[in-house]
Design a protein around this ligand. Structure first.
Ligand code: F6P
Length: 343
């Protein structure tokens, strides 16, 4: 069999571990493995498949990024990209493993509905794919947030300042909430549980009155600015697949300036940005990316197309692609309440 593998959307630490698992298992069983360069672009634009060998997969488990390259490539603008993917698959591949988030898996599902032999792998640093407890990259991201908060804590304490830390998280606040919980955040602001600026400042003033002279406030980049009393800028740049580039909204900076002016605090802002996506994956991401990668390979050889290996509890199980293709998995109330216990 000629098995293609692609990574689409934003990169995430752990992608190479998944590619290695799929590639090494397939090569060992005598299959040909084709790396498709730069996500859907490698099928819909000029065909960009290249053979993967055992040699090219050696040592990659600990490397961040994706050895295949990735892109935020819009298959619908101009129209016809999806059809070109179907055609390229027909010409070049017997099966395709598409590693990506909800946008990628919506495409995978569309292709599978038209009979294409596609299997997905769940990846998003935002951790908000429906139907899976694990997404490649999330554990590394929250480890980076945690380490950052540990470092900011000491300088905040020394200067008696409020530190506002903006994390990634497009529609949901998993990175902010769990990174904030692990890093001992004094307040966490996420899209799922909106707060007003007044509530934030009142909370910080209460802490100051109680003798807690410094605070760390973690804000997810995707929180609603209007709820905080801000105004969305009209001409924000987009990511190429319709999404606004959230970091350009400056939510962290907005919250910081409001805390400063309303509460008379000395405030500094840190936008963690792509530091959360770069570098070496944690052991957890390497292990689970390997497990879901292996699950995808097994689904391919079993002919179980239109499926995606997901994690439920401690197990990898197969779910229909449609399960993860729609909507986002939100941070549940009980997790946020646990975070808030320590504010
Ligand atoms: O979708 C994952 C994500 O990490 C978001 O949290 C973030 O807004 C976005 O990617 C950034 O993407 P880019 O690398 O295109 O700037």
């Amino acid at each position: 069999m000629r098995i293609g593998v692609l990574t689409a959307g934003g990169d995430a630490p752990g992608l190479n571990a998944a590619i290695r698992a799929i590639g090494e298992m397939a090569i060992r069983d005598g299959h040909e493995v084709i790396g498709v360069a730069n996500g859907w672009a490698g099928l819909a634009a000029e065909y960009a498949g290249f053979a993967l060998s055992g040699e090219s997969l050696r040592g990659v488990i600990g490397q961040g990024g994706t050895l295949l390259g990735t892109a935020r490539f819009n298959l619908d603008k101009p129209a016809g990209g999806r059809e070109r993917v179907l055609q390229a698959m027909d010409e070049h591949l017997d099966a395709l493993v598409a590693i990506g988030g909800d946008g990628t898996q919506r495409i995978s599902n569309w292709l599978a509905e038209r009979g294409a032999p596609v299997v997905g792998v769940p990846k998003t640093l935002d951790n908000d794919l429906m139907g899976t407890d694990y997404c490649i990259g999330f554990d590394t991201a929250i480890s980076i947030v945690t380490e950052s908060l540990d470092r900011l804590y000491t300088t905040a304490a020394s200067h008696h300042r409020v530190m506002v830390v903006e994390t990634m998280g497009r529609a949901t606040g998993w990175v902010a909430a769990l990174g904030g919980l692990a890093g001992g955040a004094d307040m966490i602001v996420i899209p799922e549980f909106p707060v007003t600026m007044e509530e934030i400042v009142t909370h910080l003033e209460r802490r100051r009155k109680a003798g807690l002279a410094f605070s760390i406030v973690v804000v997810a980049e995707g929180v609603n600015l209007a709820t905080l009393g801000g105004v969305e800028a009209g001409d924000l740049s987009s990511e190429g697949v319709g999404g606004v580039r959230l970091a350009t909204r400056g939510v962290g900076q907005f919250v910081a300036s409001q805390i400063e002016s309303r509460g008379n605090f000395e405030v500094r802002t840190t936008v963690l940005g792509h530091l959360q996506r770069g570098g070496s994956p944690t052991a957890h991401d390497r292990i689970w990316a390997t497990r879901v990668g292996a699950g995808a390979y097994e689904a391919v050889v079993a002919g179980k197309f239109g499926m995606i290996p997901v994690v439920r509890g401690d197990e990898v199980v197969l779910a229909p692609l449609a399960t993860v293709a729609e909507g986002q998995r939100k941070v549940p109330r009980e997790i946020f309440d646990l975070c808030a216990l320590f504010f």
